[in-house]
Each structure stands twice: as structure tokens, then as C-alpha cells.
Design a protein around this ligand. Structure first.
Ligand code: ATP
Ligand code: MG
Length: 402
């Protein structure tokens, strides 16, 4: 015997009416896309639940994919059997043994019987199935309060479902239910995590990366593409806009005193990001800043940098400690890529000391020496947009070979 279905739970209590429908539709769509590679799998939705029909595909492999989908609260592998008591008994027994292979533990049976045509009351069925398990296992005992496994049996109109494992899902909302944002993606640890957390609240992501060849090399760019690819696990295909930033950076370096260079450079990044966001209908910018880590991330600094845009700038990490961010980076699979040592454009021209309390007046004053529109426009026009599909392409393998 093996599990033939997976039951998906997704109730967000706060969702009602139209939102809920949209939520379910998007989630169904995402689950289907995500499980596309399992040719036999079918995904269906009935009466506020979602079922994956495995049709012989590997339950564990499918489960691993489900864990990456936002909007899923939890899920359980299930055995669907015809409405015959013997089949139900054996399925329950198998599920207990699967959960506790050495048959040394406690269990409890909970029967729900929405199908009132099925003979027997729930209590009687609990007892009957429990006895069957006791008779056919070595050391299993019943504990109705704190069992190691709870065998849940649901007797519905069309069939009975038996389940006894609950696996935690990624939570959040299905991607695509909350509009689009533009993620400022560097090669660091923070911004991929910020992107992940934004995806968790249901937004669709595009990403922008500032690249300064020849000061930053192809490997730095490749690293960012690889990070973006990890994000596709959670958010599906995404567009990555690579901005040529060398000319703007050189100009800033020439015109602006050392201690304001970082601030002005950030302001340019934000202006360019805003232009790209507007062009692509993104409603907000997301970045990986948190408070107090470095000179560019003080409140004064945010205040001065933020002045150049009207778009909301969302900072999912703003209240987190670095260690919390690193923990998430490990969990989502971006950490090892992020720590690869390739130069980021921010670091190349920058002095060791930046102003921790830059002010707007000075920033504006220094910028009068720069033809802002020209540098922003040239950067935007030079953008190369790459579609990151999530599948490692043949191209990439060639890349490795040569
Ligand atoms: P990260 O680990 O994300 O690089 P950080 O702690 O190194 O963050 P900074 O380098 O100060 O912090 O960058 C702050 C944020 O600005 C980043 O999280 C990212 O969102 C954005 N950013 C920085 N450099 C770039 C870049 N080259 N391209 C796109 N966005 C960038
Ligand atoms: Mg960085």
C-alpha cells in the first residue's frame, strides 16, 4: 500500500467572498504548475479543499515541492479507499505502521462521517478501527489525549480518506494575489531573503540588479541570476533587469565628496528602480535594508535616500537581526550562493567611511553638479532583461563546460 492522495489545507481565516475565490484559483494554478513535472499527478479542488491525486508518483518528492508553495497552510498524505469497512481498516493500519515503523507508540482514531448513509456511528467506528490496529501491531497502545499519531478517517460520499501525518506548509498567500513589486537584488545575503518574504505575502516579483562592468565581472552577474533562480522556486518565473551602472557610478565618484558618495549612489539606484517599476507596472520597490547594520542603513540615511521616489519602498528585513536573516537564507537555499566572494557594484568606488547622518539639503546640493535625468535615462535604456525561468537551461550547462 502507499499514499495515493495529498490533502492540502489553505484556509486563511480572514479571507472571504471574492478574495477567497481568487486565492483558491491562484493557488490551484500554482500547485498545478509546480507539480507539472510529475506527469501522472492531477490536482483538484472540491468543497473548499484541494487534493493532489498521486496516481503512482512519489509522495515524498511531491511533498517537497508543496512545501515551497505560499498559501498552503499544511498538507497531509492520504489514502483514498472505497467505502468498504475492510478497506478502511487496512488503510488505517497501514498508515499507523507507516508513521511508526517499529510499532512502538501510541495512537488514537478519529472518525468523521459526513456521509450519513455509511453504517455505524463515529464512536463505534473509532472503536472498531482502533481494535483492528491493536490486534495487528506489536506494541501500539491507545492514548486519546496525547497520541504519537492521530489516525483521521473521513467517510465522505464518494470514498473514505485516511490520514495521519500533517506537514507544515510555507504559509502566506498565493503568489499573484497581491500585485507586483520590484526587488532590488544585490549579490548579498539580505535582498534574496527580502524577496522571499515579499513573495510570501502574495506579490509577484520582478528584480533589478545594478552592474558595473568592468569593475564587476560576469561571475558577479551570474551569481545574481542564480539567486534569482532560487527565488523562482517560491514565486515562479521572474524578470531580472540588469542595469549598466558604470557611467553613473563614475560620474558620482567624480562629482560628489567621498562621504556622500554612498548616499547619492543609493538615490540613483532608487530613481532608476522607480523608472523600471513604473514601466513594468510594479507598485512598490522592495529591498534588503534593515536598520542600523551599516552607514547606509540608518534612519537618517533612509530618509535622505527615500526622498527621490514616491513609490512605497518596502523593507521586509527592517526589524530583523542579521542572524535571523541568515537563518532564513539557509532555509530557503540562498545563503551558500550569497557568500560567494564576487565584487558588488556598491563596494568598488566607495570609501571606507560614509556619512551615517546624511541630510537632504547636502545631497540635493551635490546632485546639482550631475545631469541626473541623463544618467537615469541612459541606465534605463541600457537595461538588459533576462527571463529567469527556474529550469537550469542547456545554455547554463554549456556555460559550465567552457
Ligand atoms: P544585501 O545583503 O542584500 O546586499 P547589504 O546588507 O549588503 O544587503 P547594502 O549593500 O547596503 O546592504 O544594500 C542594501 C540594499 O540595497 C540591498 O539589500 C539591495 O536591496 C539594494 N542593493 C544594493 N546593491 C545593489 C545592487 N548592486 N543591485 C541591486 N540592488 C542593490
Ligand atoms: Mg550588499
Amino acid at each position: 500500500m502507499k499514499y495515493n492522495h495529498i490533502l492540502i489545507r489553505y484556509a486563511e481565516l480572514s479571507l472571504k467572498g471574492k478574495n477567497r475565490k481568487e486565492f483558491e484559483r491562484k493557488l490551484l494554478d500554482t500547485v498545478r504548475k509546480k507539480l507539472n513535472e510529475f506527469k501522472e499527478v492531477r490536482v483538484n479542488r472540491t468543497f473548499g479543499r484541494m487534493f493532489v491525486e498521486l496516481n503512482g508518483e512519489n509522495e515524498r518528492e511531491v511533498s517537497e515541492k508543496l512545501k515551497e508553495i505560499f498559501g498552503i497552510h499544511s498538507f497531509s498524505p492520504a489514502l483514498k479507499v472505497d467505502l468498504e469497512q475492510e478497506l478502511i481498516d487496512d488503510a488505517a493500519l497501514w498508515a499507523v505502521k507507516d508513521a511508526i515503523p517499529d510499532e512502538d507508540g501510541t495512537f488514537k482514531v478519529t472518525v468523521k462521517r459526513p456521509n450519513k448513509d455509511y453504517p455505524g456511528r463515529s464512536q463505534q467506528l473509532n472503536y472498531h478501527i482502533g481494535s483492528h490496529i491493536l490486534r495487528n501491531t506489536q506494541k501500539m497502545t491507545v492514548d486519546v489525549h496525547h497520541p504519537d499519531v492521530e489516525v483521521r478517517v473521513e467517510i465522505r460520499q464518494e470514498a473514505a480518506y485516511i490520514l495521519c501525518k500533517t506537514i507544515k506548509g510555507a504559509g502566506g498567500l498565493p503568489v499573484g494575489t497581491a500585485g507586483k513589486v520590484l526587488l532590488m537584488l544585490s549579490g548579498g545575503i539580505d535582498s534574496p531573503v527580502a524577496g522571499y518574504l515579499a513573495l510570501k505575502r502574495g506579490v509577484k516579483l520582478e528584480a533589478i540588479h545594478f552592474h558595473s562592468p568592468p569593475f564587476t565581472n560576469d561571475r558577479a552577474r551570474q551569481k545574481v541570476e542564480d539567486l534569482a533562480r532560487v527565488l523562482t522556486k517560491y514565486g515562479g518565473e521572474l524578470k531580472l533587469h540588469i542595469v549598466p551602472f558604470t557611467e553613473a557610478q563614475k560620474e558620482i565618484h567624480q562629482q560628489v565628496p567621498d562621504n556622500y558618495e554612498m548616499t547619492i549612489m543609493r538615490r540613483f539606484m532608487l530613481r532608476i528602480s522607480e523608472a523600471v517599476a513604473k514601466k513594468n507596472n510594479a507598485l512598490a520597490i522592495v529591498n534588503g535594508e534593515s536598520l542600523g547594520q551599516v552607514a547606509s542603513q540608518t534612519l537618517d540615511s533612509m530618509h535622505t535616500i527615500n526622498e527621490v521616489t514616491n513609490l512605497p519602498v518596502i523593507r521586509p528585513l527592517v526589524t530583523m537581526d542579521k542572524l535571523e536573516v541568515i537563518e532564513i537564507a539557509h532555509r530557503i537555499g540562498t545563503y551558500d550562493l550569497s557568500i560567494l566572494p564576487y565584487e558588488d557594484c556598491c563596494t568598488i568606488f566607495l570609501p571606507a567611511q560614509s556619512k551615517t547622518k546624511p541630510n537632504k539639503e547636502k545631497a540635493n546640493h551635490y546632485e546639482t553638479k550631475i545631469d541626473i535625468d541623463r544618467y537615469v535615462q541612459e541606465a534605463v535604456e541600457g537595461i538588459e532583461t533576462v527571463i529567469i525561468s527556474g529550469k537550469s537551461s542547456l545554455d547554463e550547462e554549456f556555460h559550465e563546460l567552457f
